[in-house]
Design a protein around this ligand. Sequence first.
Ligand code: PLP
Length: 475
Amino acid sequence: MGDPLDERDIAGAALGLVADAAGPYLGGLAERPVHDRAMDVLLDELDGPLPERGEGSVAAVERLVRVGTGAATHSSGPRFFHFVVGGSTPAAMAGDWTASLLDQAAGLWLTSPLAARAETVVLRWLKELFGLPASFGGVLTPSATLAHVTGLACARHWWAERHGVDVASRGLAGLPVMPVFSSGLVHVSTRKALQILGCGRDTLRVFARDDAGRVDLAAMDAALAEAGGAAVIVANLGEVNTGDSDPIAELADLAERHGAWLHVDGAFGLFSTLSPRSAHLARGVERADSVTADGHKWLNVPYESGFSFVRDPGVLSRAFGAWGAAYLPDEDGERVNYNMLGPESSRRARALPIWATLRAYGRDGYRAMVERHLDVAAHLGKLVEEAPDLELLAPVQLCVVCFRYRPPGVPEDRLDELNARLGEALLEDGRVYAGTSTYRGMTVFRPAPLNWRTTTADVERLVEVLRELAADLAP
Ligand SMILES: *Cc1c(COP(=O)(O)O)cnc(C)c1O
């Protein structure tokens, strides 16, 4: 087998192999451990020398599906609680397959009116879903990190304009350091975006009034006055250890008073707007200048899916559109060239899975899912509080539960090591997946249930398995 041209008629058969595997694989996720012990042996089957002579699509895809369904981290099952990882709804996954099937060059209206129109539609739907003004501009990105790059590039453009410089054209040379202020809830990806943008990750100043990182508004106020207002505030809506959030409305007041740019990291926390029970956490987000969120977390769309919303749509095209490349068509309201509004050039039609899932479940379906997760997290919080050997470390506000194992009689200075060992045992076991993190200097568990399949039974299982493994550990 050699030239793909010889396989003109094979694509349907190759895709059929994937489709045939999908039902059993997805059907088994609920019962399967997160990883299989035989994984390493299977992974070896991916390896080997570059084939000189290809084995053909059917053989290659058969092998990939067999190794993949065995050796993948089954993180789209209902008991993967580590980090902040969503699953993929049936409609989103099928939408993603459709995006691959159609293989659109989604950067330009000219190359795919379908992808451009779908992106315009889903951005509008998402703004409605989150209660953001319809007048905001936006663009789909591969991740929240790239949405930060997008939003903070706009902030940087705005800030440089205030210094009389077109940063898209001239760069940062000769400009002072851009002041960026946040609380202790700031996520590492914000620093990474600043690093990518040439602003420097360590230039971000944290104003915290306690070891949980809660914002010191008075100190930030004073620093903003000193900076003369030309500064960027990063507000955090949903922190990864506890689900805690900054007071967005108060930071919006500060930004307004000083004329600063307000950027909100709502990677998963923006979904708090979907339920009247949690919407207060996001109050003020509609006053932001730029907002980041993820599709591959709480929207339960496959990787890679993020979104950036920006109050002034014109800044997006000034920050990203100044290519001056003659072959690029002009855009008008309808014919949007999304590669002019974000960091990518060629890009896939990542609007399609978002379109499919929003069309399939609607606002009501997503509200129901978010509220189920709020209930699941609250239930886990209650189980922890009632357990004599577990200690809840922060109030449960969203979909993250921060706690540690604390059996009676174990001295404080042994707890970090004990929890670290328990965390390793839990990951090794694989029935329920939740590793440890560091919060206020303590080694903690902080499971985040936000997979559409997850129910209260799954977090009850977490507590059972933790107890079972802890019993085998010498304290
Ligand atoms: C996950 C996360 C990010 C980064 O998102 P990616 O999609 O992994 O780039 C940023 N901020 C918060 C609060 C997050 O939870």
